[in-house]
Write a protein that binds this ligand. Structure first.
Ligand code: ADP
Ligand code: MG
Length: 616
């Protein structure tokens, strides 16, 4: 979790008091392996050859007999551990981990010790193995028989549990389908899979086979991006987009760069240079703090630029095109999300005097409107420390963004509960240090309040601030009639809100109820009996993040971090600090990836069973 926020320049809430829960589970002791071949082992540990013989003996037995192979096995190439054994061939695949010597892999101290470089290297090792395994055939038999896979990084390079470089030891985690015919164990195939094929695949990582130059490039790329992100706040920028970056993606379902795209051109007014550790001097567009409007005709690339900025809170793999599109770690995309649940949010900065005299000081609904959901999104983001808001007209509630002069004449101020953002956006920045980048091509109402008006024209950014200000001369958004009530009261979540236990009729009284925490791609999360809809939380980019957030919701309660006294922000930041300290693998769940406090809080905020403690 080193990337949140990336060290220098971070001003997130809760950074001062690093806090680690005292009940943290100690890490497994890892035998020190020297060279690829370990020098010595605890005498009790079986070898992979023992495992081979056990598997051959299990041939033809009923599937549950596979349970016998749980445990750790030494080999001349490292150590294999069978961590979880599936109950039947159709259940979710079994889990293996492998421990290798970092020295033996040629991972030097510089790669191991810098969190940025380590993340780049881990992603490269995962990618190398995943690419190798992708072309593999070998699944035959029932269910997942013969499957062997490792979690694969997407375009974003996140810390992940599938590959962890921990000083002298590098841990790799795989899913494996233990082979069966019907429900009978195919023991000889299992032996070949675990004792021959898996070590063969690991051979791709050996120094003489691995693409060392690419490994360094991945590490350099993360280090440059983290360095640049660290510079942003110090220089008063919200984002930097290097000249020549490729922003558009191949399609709505393909995150690779669009071929033949127009590379990013820097407008002269916003041109800046940065000196990076590896890329050297790089020129590009520095977007300053304040209120920035992205205008321009339809289809000229406004939303594409904004989406690149929202993804810029993450680092991208070499070749992505967005390696040096870097946004502050505290930037949050906020959209309308009608129908979502909102719990106890003080909406008064934006929404007041609802019909029927409903108060909005602690507003709860199971079915928010477009404008209330967007107002709640902004206030929830600020609660966790967002200092940059990203909004797009395509997915915003119009009545939340603007209310034009004619409408103000038709509908009296006191009949309109909404204070539109246009009346608050200056105050957000001037009084609370929260910058906004807003895509709005359909109205000039923000000209008077924006520090900068950038016009996209055939994917090129033009700074047209002076012209737009002249057009708006003498006009303003109107004074908001109501006080802002900012910052709103911090909320304290009740630990009883988080219930991973699945109440099932078949549960036996003497057994604890089964826990269900399951991610569904990046769309959502099952937590016990509840579905959390995350499909519109657009800065969740990887299914492994969603699984990790599920684990972190449960861990926050189990470990007493979410204790009924800490606020949402305090819990989110304490979790971040704890995971930075201990690594993501302390969380329950498999194949996890790093997430920000903002997305953890977004999941909590969308929990329909969320309850708050009174009187924070
Ligand atoms: P807007 O929000 O201004 O209506 P979009 O950002 O949605 O426009 O972009 C419209 C289309 O142009 C999209 O299909 C997008 O992939 C494509 N596009 C955006 N930027 C570029 C670029 N630099 N080069 C080529 N195509 C681009
Ligand atoms: Mg658009």
């Amino acid at each position: 979790m080193e990337e949140w926020p990336p060290g220098r320049g971070s001003r997130g809430v809760g950074r001062r008091n690093r806090w680690v829960p005292t009940v943290a589970a100690p890490l497994d002791p890892i035998p020190s392996l020297s060279g690829v071949a370990p020098a010595s082992h605890a005498p009790a540990m079986n070898s992979v050859e023992d495992l081979r013989r056990t598997l051959e003996r299990l041939d033809g037995k009923p599937y549950p007999a596979y349970k016998d192979i749980r445990g750790r096995y030494r080999a001349d190439w490292g150590e294999l551990s069978v961590d979880r054994v599936q109950g039947d061939p159709f259940a979710s695949p079994s889990r293996l981990s492998v421990r290798l010597s970092s020295d033996g892999l040629g991972l030097d101290a510089r790669l191991r010790e810098s969190p940025s470089r380590r993340t780049g290297a881990e992603n490269f090792l995962a990618e190398t193995l995943a690419r190798g395994l992708a072309g593999r055939e070998g699944r035959s038999g029932s269910g997942s028989s013969g499957l062997l896979r490792i979690d694969r990084p997407g375009q974003e390079m996140l810390r992940r549990t599938c590959v962890e470089i921990r000083g002298p030891v590098t841990i790799l985690r795989f899913s494996v389908g233990l082979p069966a015919q019907g429900r009978r164990i195919l023991g000889r195939r299992a032996a070949g899979l675990l004792a021959d094929e898996l070590p063969g695949e690991l051979g791709r990582l050996l120094p003489d086979r691995l693409d060392r130059a690419a490994l360094q490039r991945w590490a350099d790329t993360v280090e440059d991006a983290d360095f640049l992100r660290g510079e942003l706040a110090d220089r008063g920028w919200v984002a930097f987009v290097a000249a020549g970056s490729v922003l558009p993606r191949r399609s709505g379902v393909d995150e690779r760069p669009l071929e033949g795209a127009v590379p990013f051109l820097t407008p002269a007014e916003l041109r800046a240079e940065v000196d990076l550790p590896h890329a050297g001097r790089v020129a590009g567009m520095a977007l300053p703090e304040g209120v920035t409007l992205l205008a321009g005709g339809g289809y000229h690339g406004k939303s594409t630029l904004l989406r690149a900025l929202e993804r810029g809170v993450y680092n991208h793999r070499p070749g992505d095109g967005r390696e040096l599109v870097v946004t502050r770690a505290d930037a949050v995309k906020v959209r309308a999300e009608d129908g979502r649940a909102v719990t106890g949010v003080d909406l008064r900065p934006f929404i007041n005097d609802l019909p029927g005299g409903v108060s909005t000081e602690s507003f709860t609904t199971t079915n928010a409107s477009g404008s209330t959901s967007q107002a709640a999104g902004i206030l929830e983001a600020m609660e966790v420390g967002a200092r940059v808001l990203l909004l797009d007209e395509d997915i915003s509630a119009t009545n939340f963004l603007i209310r034009d002069a004619r409408m103000q004449r038709l509908v009296a101020e006191d009949r309109e509960p909404i204070t539109p953002l246009v009346q608050r956006v200056r105050e957000l920045h001037d009084a609370h240090g929260v910058s906004t980048v807003l895509v709005l091509g359909g109205s000039g109402d923000y000209f008077a309040v924006a520090d900068r008006i950038l016009v996209l024209d055939e994917y090129r950014v033009d700074d047209r601030t002076d012209e737009a200000h002249a057009l708006a001369a003498g006009e303003g958004p109107g004074q908001p009639r109501r006080p802002a009530h900012l910052p709103p009261v911090a909320r304290v979540p009740d630990p009883a809100s988080i219930r991973p236990e699945k109440e099932s009729g078949r549960g036996r009284a003497d057994r604890p109820p089964k826990r269900v925490v399951r991610g569904h791609d990046t769309r959502g999360l099952t937590l016990g009996g509840e579905e959390i809809d995350l499909s519109l939380v657009s800065q969740l980019v990887d299914p492994a993040q969603v699984r990790a957030i599920g684990g972190a919701l449960v861990a926050a309660r189990d470990r007493g971090i979410l204790d009924g006294r800490r606020t949402v922000a305090e819990v989110a930041h304490a979790l971040r600090d704890w995971l930075e300290e201990e690594g993501l693998s302390v969380l329950p769940g498999e194949d996890l990836a790093a997430f920000r406090p903002h997305e953890w809080a977004a999941a909590l905020n969308r929990l329909r069973s969320l309850r708050l403690r009174a009187g924070a």
